[in-house]
Design a protein around this ligand. Sequence first.
Ligand code: ZN
Length: 218
Amino acid sequence: MNNEIHDTSHISYESLLEGNKQFVAKSLAEDPEFFDKLANGQKPPILWIGCADSRVPANQITNTKPGEIFVHRNIANVVVHTDMNMLSVLDYAVNVLQVKHVIVVGHYGCGGVLAAMSNQQVGLIDNWLRHIKDVYRYHTKELDAITDEKERGNRLVELNVAEGVQNLSKTSIVQNAWKNGQNLSIHGWVYALATGEITDLKVSCSNNTNLNEVFRFE
Ligand SMILES: [Zn+2]
């Protein structure tokens, strides 16, 4: 296996603007009305909640185009009910855009998850990653039993995604959508940096019956 990392030395402020010109030309060559249609509005059926990591861009890895996925990203794709940014994105996506699917997407080798698993301080972000330490605490027995550190980190990545799916289901926003008969499913995926492949963790839910009773709104 090659240990080099992707070369970004050709990337500059100017090269991005040049890249944009190429994007416009290519898009118009494929569909002369591409930007006219996008300018008229958006109707993405998917909300993506992913990691801020530069290696996990929602559109490229799903072969989708502008207008097709509504995206929210933060470090380690953490979903917590006190995050006003996430709640605003979720509310807009569910109630205005009427997305049909919300997908929490983690990725193996996530630096945020690995930092949460360690005892090293990184900085301010330690307080954000604290939420992932809670996920570890809920699954201490299972995680402590995994001796290989990389494997343990990968399992915590999966558990953090599953926790995010549960936390989305617990929001009043998602539960009200279900109560109103809206067609809305929450899913959890993991992306493998090493292969480019996405795995469905099969933790999907489309109603609140799987929630502990105290979280269920009537
Ligand atoms: Zn990450």
